[in-house]
Design a protein around this ligand. Structure first.
Ligand SMILES: [Zn+2]
Length: 218
């Protein structure tokens, strides 16, 4: 997590109209929840922590940070301007990959089962016919049974196959619903669509105009 501070509009925290603040003055890099690394970015008037000029220094919320001679930086205010969601965004790669894998798995396993259910019953009458042939001249009972299976088996097969393929939309619907909850902008929560994570990474930030979350930190 990085917060850039300075006069230029492309900073996260923009300091407007202060003569001692440079365009890209300093940045805060989060190390853990309470500890930040403050770095001067070659500013004209320098960065100070508790009155001492620094190039790079670990700071806590209680430290007094001054840009140039007299611009006191309100750190708790600056932290509100954090827009760096690169860590959270990186975690979405797994969400996308898992979703695609689960989807392919459901589709291919279903195709196999559907084919199995539909083809097996067609094979049974053939087997029964061969058995009847072996039994010789064929009794009317066996012939009747064979006819019954020949008529019924494909019907059952088509029914089972149709039932199997009807299961897929439900399963796919379930994982798609979960995906809609998980694959969202970490800041504003907008669903990102079924867009590959790599394509989103190329956009670098959230397209929602009020959000501006950075997905990739430079
Ligand atoms: Zn967003």
């Amino acid at each position: 997590m990085v917060i850039k501070i300075g006069k230029a509009e492309d900073n996260d925290f923009v300091v407007r109209e202060h003569p001692h603040v440079s365009r890209h003055h300093a940045r805060l890099i989060r190390e853990d929840d309470d500890c930040w690394l403050l770095e001067d970015l070659g500013s004209t008037n320098g960065t100070f922590v508790n009155g001492v000029q620094i190039v790079k220094k670990r700071v806590a919320l209680k430290d007094v940070i001054t840009l140039g001679d007299n611009y006191v930086l309100d750190v708790s205010e600056v932290l509100k301007y954090n827009n760096d969601y690169s860590e959270e965004f990186a975690a979405l790669k797994k969400v996308y990959d898992n979703y695609i894998q689960a989807k392919i798995k459901i589709q291919s396993s279903n195709q196999f089962k559907t084919r199995l259910f539909q083809s097996l019953p067609f094979a049974i009458p053939g087997v029964v016919g061969v058995v009847i042939g072996f039994l010789g001249k064929g009794s009317p009972e066996l012939f009747g049974l064979s006819l019954f299976i020949t008529v019924c088996a494909p019907t059952v097969g088509i029914y089972l196959g149709a039932k199997q393929s009807a299961k897929t939309p439900q399963l796919l619907q379930d994982i798609a619903n979960q995906f809609k909850i998980d694959y969202v902008c970490p800041k504003c929560g907008t669903f990102l669509g079924e867009i590959p994570w790599e394509s989103l990474r190329n956009r670098k930030q959230c397209p929602v105009s009020s959000c501006k979350a950075k997905w990739v930190s430079e």
